[in-house]
Design a protein around this ligand. Structure first.
Ligand SMILES: Cc1ncc(COP(=O)(O)O)c(C=O)c1O
Length: 455
């Protein structure tokens, strides 16, 4: 029998929350760009949760698609069946991913980390099956994040998220990542040179792997770790060429940047590069169901000559998640949301967001505002001239986040952009249905929150 006295004494909740030190509001409903808690307080979702929601909350058509699928067929195991929803959705996604993926195939998972694990194993099996049995190393970049499972953490560079688990993971080379606000190289020529220097680091790492390099994984635009850092001109084109030349598969992790968030269907389209494997999650279902996808080119699928990928999850290609993803894709196409997220298009809400956030640069603690489309970052400094970060213990970004929450504004605070430990920034990634008036309100609240944290 439970002891009511000791249960009362420990106020600890039964849910194993992200933190037992923090109190969380309890969310009960959502509509458009807003969420509400049990107290009736409204929050403007300026970060799309964690760059997840793209189509807006509470869209009835999505709930209807989920219900319809659940009432027809809730589940069938992928070792026994395929389903009409999986076949149709995979065709639609290949089409959405563009010409480079014609004749390819889509492997469905339940999220970003599962998709990264899947891509790593697919790359290895591909290399083995084409006779490159020595190739198993997956190279990646220092300030990056690819997920929280051990394989995904091994190829991530986010120090805070992986340090404790390092003894448990197999480490491969991590190369530098272009971060022009704090560049390691000479950035005075508008970043024409530094991108090539960073690409040369990858070339050297592949050589040092002595024929054991299987793949290179990267985020086209840095997500949470650096906060929407856009690569310099020529960089991605060069790494794509280096990988192709060395027989190393190119894996674009578009968990955060995919499905329209940056103003193209996938961010790689801004640089016209052609990865061998493309990973999507987050915006794929806009958060309505757990869903991820690994989109492989024809070359990779053809390479699995045995015809069977040695991998699987019980819940991969779950019919309800897939019906959700299909309805989300239809919604974002019908509502032209990729256009709304195009910051290069005059009059788009993304252009408005970029302009409004840039206005924060007059604050003494805002060092940099950067990003593309509806994925923007705001970096804080204690001194603008020297770009000196705040002491990590101050948790400046967390303070801004808490001040914003108080005002009914959700943002995504992060630390570690400078060196993995210090450096504070916010990620701003609202749903694409946000209006210019809502952006004005949100940026004003953010300004007040930054001022409050700076006092
Ligand atoms: C680029 C990237 N890859 C992978 C992941 C992991 O995705 P998930 O949290 O859905 O497992 C994330 C999550 O933030 C991400 O941003």
């Amino acid at each position: 029998m439970s002891d009511p006295v000791s249960a009362q004494k420990s106020a600890r909740p039964a849910v194993f929350r992200r933190s037992f030190r923090k109190t969380f509001p309890s969310a009960v409903s959502g509509e458009g760009i807003y969420l509400w808690d049990t107290e009736g307080k409204r929050y403007l979702d300026f970060s799309g949760s964690a760059a997840v929601n793209f189509i807006g909350h509470g869209v009835p058509e999505i709930a209807a698609a989920m219900t319809e699928q659940a009432s027809q067929l809730e589940f069938a195991h992928t070792s026994q069946f395929t389903t009409p929803v999986a076949e149709e959705y995979a065709r639609e996604l290949l089409e959405f991913a563009g010409e480079n993926f014609r004749g390819g195939a889509v492997y469905f998972t339940c999220g970003g980390s599962e998709s990264v694990e899947t891509a790593l194993k697919l790359a290895r099996q591909y290399q083995v099956e084409i006779g490159q049995t020595k190739r198993y190393q997956v190279l990646s970049r220092t300030q990056s994040y690819h997920g929280s499972t051990l394989g995904a953490l091994a190829v991530s560079g986010n120090k805070r998220r992986r340090e404790m688990y390092l003894p448990m993971v197999r480490e491969f080379a991590h190369v530098g990542i272009p971060y022009c606000y704090r560049c390691n190289y000479d950035c005075t020529d508008g970043c024409r040179n530094c991108g090539l220097e960073y690409a040369a680091e990858l070339e050297r790492a592949i050589e040092a792997a002595e024929g054991e390099g299987a793949a290179f994984i990267f985020e086209p635009v840095s997500g949470a770790t650096l906060g929407a850092v856009v690569p310099p001109p020529g960089y991605l084109e060069k790494i794509a060429e280096v990988c192709r030349r060395s027989g190393v598969l190119l894996i674009a992790d578009e968990v955060m940047t995919g499905m329209g968030r940056t103003g193209e269907n996938f961010a790689i389209e801004h640089w016209d590069i052609a990865p061998d494997i493309l990973i999507a999650a987050k915006g794929l279902s806009s958060g309505y169901a757990p869903l991820g996808a690994v989109i492989a080119t024809k070359k990779v699928v053809d390479g699995i000559a045995s015809g069977a990928f040695l991998h699987g999850f019980t819940y991969n290609a779950h019919p309800i998640s897939l019906a959700t993803g299909r309805a989300v894709l239809l919604r974002l196409q019908q509502q032209n949301l990729v256009h709304a997220a195009d910051s290069g298009r005059e009059g788009s809400v993304a252009a408005k967001l970029e302009r409004s956030l840039s206005g924060l640069l007059d604050l003494k603690t805002v060092g940099d505002v950067r990003g593309i489309g509806l994925l923007q970052g705001v970096e804080f400094v204690s001194d603008k001239q020297s770009k000196k970060p705040f002491a990590p213990g101050l948790n400046f970004a967390g303070k801004v986040g808490a001040a914003a929450l108080k005002r009914g504004l959700l943002v995504y605070p992060m630390q570690g952009c400078v060196d993995g430990t210090s450096g504070d920034h916010l990620l701003i990634a609202p749903p694409a249905v946000i209006t210019p008036e809502q952006i004005d309100w949100a940026v004003e609240q953010l300004r007040q929150s930054i001022e409050e944290a700076s006092r």
